[in-house]
Design a protein around this ligand. Structure first.
Ligand SMILES: [Zn+2]
Length: 229
């Protein structure tokens, strides 16, 4: 993409406004950056987020922020960053679907990783976002643009981003793929008021999760309760 080419060629010369530079522990990760690309977070999205917290998770709070305990990885099943941004940008979920009957709050995540590994931040790290039934109230979501064809650059970016999040939010204990979320039903972490509100997920694929976990072993993050590795 033109934007990311511009960023990577100019990055070493000067930090750009709107990007965050993070010092990492290895030379390989020294170019890690996050590019802010905010979606709408207006009063309506705030109120719908508080309503979701109350009605779906059973949690009353005054501000739409989370205390992260978990990171959930996804793939978008949408082929481009622009199309992904346009899906997450509106505050209200379009159309009439099973999702809309559960809440009018649109889906979103704080982070989207593009095909070339560029990390975009759509919302401040700990803003409440609807991306994983039962666990949104404690989970930071990372979407990867693509399907079962995620790239090596995306793998590297996920690893850097997870390291950044774990170093900033010490209470993060779990790292899961979206397809593993139902394994938390019946555990103290699961908070969803309707036991029938569940959707089938396969993202971001077992192979991708295995690669991420192998390269993040030193963080000692837990997987789903059903994970046997
Ligand atoms: Zn997902």
């Amino acid at each position: 993409m033109k934007l990311s080419i511009f960023l990577s060629t100019t990055f070493r010369a000067l930090p750009l406004a709107g990007s965050l530079l993070v010092n990492s522990c290895t030379a390989q990760e020294s170019t890690f950056r996050i590019v802010d690309k905010p979606i709408v977070f207006d009063e309506e999205r705030k109120q719908l987020s508080l309503e979701y917290l109350a009605q779906r998770h059973g949690i009353q709070q005054a501000e739409p922020f989370i205390k992260p305990k978990m990171i959930v990885l996804h793939w978008t099943a949408i082929p481009t960053l622009d199309a992904t941004f346009d899906i997450f940008n509106p505050s209200v979920l379009p159309g009439r679907t099973e999702l809309q009957s559960a809440s009018r709050l649109n889906t979103s995540v704080p982070f989207v990783v593009d095909r070339d590994g560029t990390i975009f931040r759509l919302l401040p790290d700990t803003t409440f976002a609807r991306h994983c039934i039962g666990l949104n109230y404690c989970a930071i979501g990372i979407e990867n643009v693509g399907n079962n064809d995620l790239t090596e650059a995306q793998l590297k970016a996920n690893i850097q981003l997870i390291r950044y999040l774990k170093s900033h939010y010490k209470d993060i204990e779990y790292l899961i793929g979206h397809y593993e979320y139902k394994d938390f039903i019946g555990t103290p972490l699961w908070k969803e008021t309707d036991p029938n509100y569940l959707t089938g997920k396969t993202d971001p694929g077992k192979a991708f999760m295995q690669k991420v976990r192998t390269r993040l072993k030193d963080l000692n993050l837990k997987g789903s309760p059903a994970q046997t590795e």
